[in-house]
Design a protein around this ligand. Sequence first.
Ligand code: DGL
Length: 262
Amino acid sequence: MKPILIFDSGVGGLTVLRELRVLAPDRRYVYVADDAAFPYGAWEEPALLKHMVALFGDLIRAYEPEITVIACNTASTLAINALREAYPNEIFVGTVPAIKPAAERTRSGVVAVLATPGTVKRQYTRDLIRDYAERCHVRLVGSSHLAKLAEVYMREGFVDEDAVAAEIAPCFIEADGKRTDIVVLACTHYPFLVNRMRKVAPWPVDWIDPAEAIARRARSLIGDEADTGAGEDIAVFTSGIADQAIRRVLKGFGLRVETRRD
Ligand code: DGL
């Protein structure tokens, strides 16, 4: 049976994998981290788009997925339409900032979208705000360091809380007696740090993690049969290098690291 491919630039997509496993435990998963190109947030758009379209040609050929989940906002907001055009026979599920649910849920009308610098710049993100959050005050916060801090945290179990506090500080605004009451986690790496964010936040807010909603969407697009084949779940790192620390993390997620097939 064909596997489900989950893609990210690093470990962030694991936040989506763990939700999808709950909904579709009998399926086989291939997790791909394009770590050779991490962080996606720092790339120029044309170069990243070209890189992704080429990379997906290889991945689709190698793993023949039933469905591909782009568990990365930075990648989806740039490339989801181009990927659907380039590979019309494939099913793609994207991950885009949860601006609509935040706009529906906010009481103060002040919402922050915490993302990579790439996602913050995207026209896709601006269009979501125009279409769904016109009546809200939306503060876009592009963080250059949080995805990297999450990578380090997952490998080493350590995170510099002062650095986390500095990265999230611009999300917290107060104007005309109203203050931020929702922070959208618009990078799949960030839910791994949410407890630290909660701890260092200047006041309590709701943190929206879209992983479960993405998993539900993916689940709705696949069949009900269980994969009874002997294949195990694997993780593929485009750098071809996965150190001991990351192998341990992936083992915890039930993934064996495999060298990339071309
Ligand atoms: N996990 C990715 C996202 O959801 C971003 C990490 C990166 O900058 O590569 O946007």
